[in-house]
Write a protein that binds this ligand. Structure first.
Ligand SMILES: [Zn+2]
Length: 159
């Protein structure tokens, strides 16, 4: 499975890749040097919209995906086509959008987080065992599905 590291301009894309279960490192504080060092150490593909970072990384023989698109759906379609991950939400593979840690699917988050009280009642939740965030299928899932449907439509046009 492909692993990415995204530059500081690509936070939104990084969150979406994580939702899709794709291991994507991102921090708005990473310097170019850090991105290059981590990519080298962990064999990650650099996602960047920065020419300078892209050319520096290529000189170090690192894999780089230079992205000159801005639309999220289009970016997802291009990367899915190139790296073969699915544009579907998989409840068992999804990662924490905030910290990239694989999420644990549970019926009751308080089995993991003792102080957690549900703000709403949902049939299933996802818990991040690293940062403690809890997720469930709320209204934002309509947006997730809509955007993934659009990304899949664009992917079909490119295939
Ligand atoms: Zn997390």
């Amino acid at each position: 499975m492909v692993k990415f590291i995204a530059d500081s301009m690509l936070g939104k894309l990084a969150r979406w890749l994580r939702i899709l279960g794709v291991d994507t490192l991102y921090s708005e504080n990473f310097t170019d040097d850090e991105i290059i060092a981590i990519a080298e150490r962990e064999d990650r593909i650099i996602l960047t919209c920065d020419h300078e970072l892209a050319s520096r990384a290529r000189k170090c023989f690192l894999k780089v995906e230079f992205l000159n698109l801005t639309r999220l759906e289009e970016l997802l379609a291009v990367l899915s086509l190139r790296y073969g991950f699915k544009l579907d939400f998989d409840p068992l593979r999804t990662r924490c959008p905030l910290c990239n840690y694989p999420l644990t699917l549970v019926r009751d988050p308080s089995s993991i987080l003792t102080t957690w009280r549900p703000p709403i009642k949902a049939p299933i939740y996802w818990v991040c065992r690293r940062c403690g965030h809890v997720y469930w299928k709320g209204k934002h899932f309509i947006d997730i599905n809509r955007r993934l449907t659009e990304a899949k439509r664009l992917l079909k046009l490119k295939e």
